[in-house]
Design a protein around this ligand. Structure first.
Ligand SMILES: NC(=O)c1ccc[n+]([C@@H]2O[C@H](COP(=O)([O-])OP(=O)(O)OC[C@H]3O[C@@H](n4cnc5c(N)ncnc54)[C@H](O)[C@@H]3O)[C@@H](O)[C@H]2O)c1
Ligand SMILES: [Zn+2]
Length: 349
């Protein structure tokens, strides 16, 4: 088991990464002095795969409840949030009880937001089961639901007490879901850890050390800037265009695919400004092909509509759209961008 610490003074916590950790969850939670009831939030698919195993383990010490939500981005919604909150009220959950999110980023974001607002905050534990959730969404405390007008617009910063990443759960992921996680891993490579890019280009292999490397990087950034007043914004590389692609495609383009495409757009703008050598784009596209990541959306896009959606991005300041660009590989910078630059970038994806 590898442990990565997220250092946030009283809100510090550990990310435990390794095999067979579902069977150690009860022990890991008891070590944190968590008592009482636990609500496992998951979806049907993940519950069938791992829910009973987790429930049986937790039932050794806890009174365990389950609430299943729909599978898909459209369930990161007001409706599902209300369902969870009602469940908690009806089952008389108290402040010191716990919510455990078992699933991918969708379950984690929704369950985390419910934990943040129920009784103004109850204990929360992340048990991520997708590669994307293990390297990214379960770490750092961003929780949210979507509004029909935009993704992740309603949310809270709310840190978990613990993250349990059982790498064995990744075995049942589809090739597409693995690719989505690789999209975020490439992002870490581009913004902070060029050696990840070199390793993936040589031999793409997903293991606990690669996951820990990404978590360490994210933990460091989050520890320095928990509420995204500055540095943390660099983690949004690829996400400004990416979120708009998800929204405009009604989530047919998944999060990992969309941010991989958004990263190509951001590279294009960085190159046009003379920050990066021209060949960076072709090198990244080559890596994507090797990893099975998309280099094009595969559909005709309405560029004006995408630009409109990008205007509701959380990084808009003083009505100016801003994007994370690269001054060099590993040197991200948040910059205002112009309409023309965005449209030209969209043309290459
Ligand atoms: N909070 C953050 O910091 C943050 C960061 C990145 C992404 N996100 C959010 O995360 C979401 C995407 O997360 P995701 O890519 O994990 O998608 P997801 O949660 O939809 O999971 C992808 C699919 O895999 C299935 N699945 C999950 N675990 C499985 C397993 N072990 N075996 C087989 N199937 C499994 C799910 O049921 C789903 O169908 C987006 O909503 C995005 O906005 C949040
Ligand atoms: Zn992301």
């Amino acid at each position: 088991m590898t442990t990565v610490q997220v250092k946030l003074a009283p809100r510090s916590y550990a990310i435990q990464i390794g095999t067979d950790l579902l069977d150690k969850s009860c022990q890991l939670l008891s070590e944190l002095d968590l008592h009482g009831k636990i609500l496992i939030i998951s979806n049907k698919k993940v519950w069938h795969l791992y829910g009973r195993q987790l429930r049986d383990n937790l039932a050794k010490h806890y009174s365990v409840f389950t609430c299943l939500i729909g599978d898909g981005e459209r369930y990161k919604s007001y409706g599902e949030l209300q369902k969870i909150l009602r469940f908690l009220i009806k089952n008389k959950f108290e402040r010191l009880d716990t919510i455990a999110a078992l699933g991918g980023g969708i379950v984690g974001d929704l369950a985390g937001f419910a934990a943040a607002i129920f009784l103004r905050g109850i204990n929360f534990v992340q048990i991520p089961t997708t590669l994307l959730a293990q390297v990214d969404s379960s770490v750092g405390g961003k929780t949210a639901i979507n509004d029909p007008l935009g993704k992740n617009l309603i949310g809270a910063f709310y840190q978990p007490k613990l993250v349990i990443a059982d790498t064995r759960t990744l075995r049942t992921l589809s090739a597409r879901e693995l690719r989505c996680g690789l999209g975020e891993i490439v992002k870490y490579g581009l913004i902070a850890e060029p050696k990840i890019l070199a390793a993936l280009a040589q031999k793409p292999s997903i293991n606990a050390e690669l996951i820990a490397q990404c978590c360490r990087r994210k933990a460091k950034i989050v520890s320095a800037d928990e509420r995204e007043n500055g540095l943390r914004a660099i983690l949004n590389f690829g996400h400004t265009i990416g979120h708009a692609l998800e929204t405009v495609s009604r989530y047919r383009i998944s999060h990992g695919e969309a941010i991989a495409l958004g990263a190509l757009g951001a590279l294009h703008i960085s190159i046009s400004r003379g920050y990066l050598p021209v060949q960076t784009l072709a090198q990244t596209q080559k890596l994507y092909l090797k990893l099975g990541l998309p280099t094009h959306t595969g559909q005709r896009l309405n560029h004006d509509q995408i630009y409109q959606i990008m205007q509701s991005d959380k990084k808009v300041a003083d009505s100016r759209l801003r994007m994370v660009l690269l001054r060099a590989i590993g040197k991200p910078v948040l910059c205002p961008v112009e309409y023309d630059e965005v449209v030209k970038a969209l043309a290459i994806i």
